[in-house]
Design a protein. Structure first.
Length: 187
């Protein structure tokens, strides 16, 4: 059993699947923190504020598809592993396309009975990378949350004139110069 806390973002619209997936994850990870969403807005919020260690996503969702979720996730943090957990991707070409688009892998829901076996090595790899960089990783996570909150605040400002808009743009540009790469320890 993995004793390191894993922050998992589960993008899933089926309540039954959510319960089953959570139960399977609970057999692998002692204390998982799981946030469940089923749309892009909530997904974006959790990417910005929950900052998951791994993302598990269905492909067919009520208001979007898995490629939309993958694109959003990679735009926020391309280093977070992204696994499709779906009943839809049984087409080899579509599966290959998801990998080329940046997904770390995919698991078919028809294999739900062996989901633990399929997720265990993925989770172990994530935890190994986390433990190796634990201190820097937590600082980076906190910094990402702070930067995301600043961006949200800047979005909420109502600039009345061109100078204010220009200043907000300069602040955004300055914030964008910071790097969050764990491997280089840049913050």
């Amino acid at each position: 059993m993995i004793t390191t806390t894993l922050r998992i973002l589960l993008v899933e619209d089926s309540e039954t699947d959510v319960v089953l997936i959570k139960r399977k994850i609970g057999k692998i990870v002692e204390n998982p923190q799981i946030e469940v969403v089923d749309n892009l807005d909530d997904c974006n919020y959790q990417l910005q504020n929950f900052v998951p260690d791994i993302i598990l996503s269905d492909y067919n969702l009520p208001t979007c598809n898995g490629m939309d979720v993958l694109e959003l996730a990679k735009s926020v943090d391309p280093s977070v592993p992204f696994i499709f957990l779906t009943g839809t991707i049984n087409d080899e070409e579509l599966a290959a396309h998801t990998i080329l688009a940046g997904a770390s892998g995919y698991i078919l829901k028809k294999h739900m009975d062996v989901l633990e076996e399929k997720l265990r090595p993925i989770f172990k790899k994530v935890v190994f990378n986390m433990v190796a960089k634990k201190d820097i990783r937590e600082q980076i996570r906190k910094n990402k949350i702070a930067v995301n909150q600043i961006h949200n605040y800047l979005d909420s400002l109502k600039a009345d004139n061109a100078e204010q808009k220009d200043n907000i743009g300069k602040i955004r540009e300055s914030i964008g110069k910071f790097k969050f790469r764990e491997d280089d320890h840049e913050i």
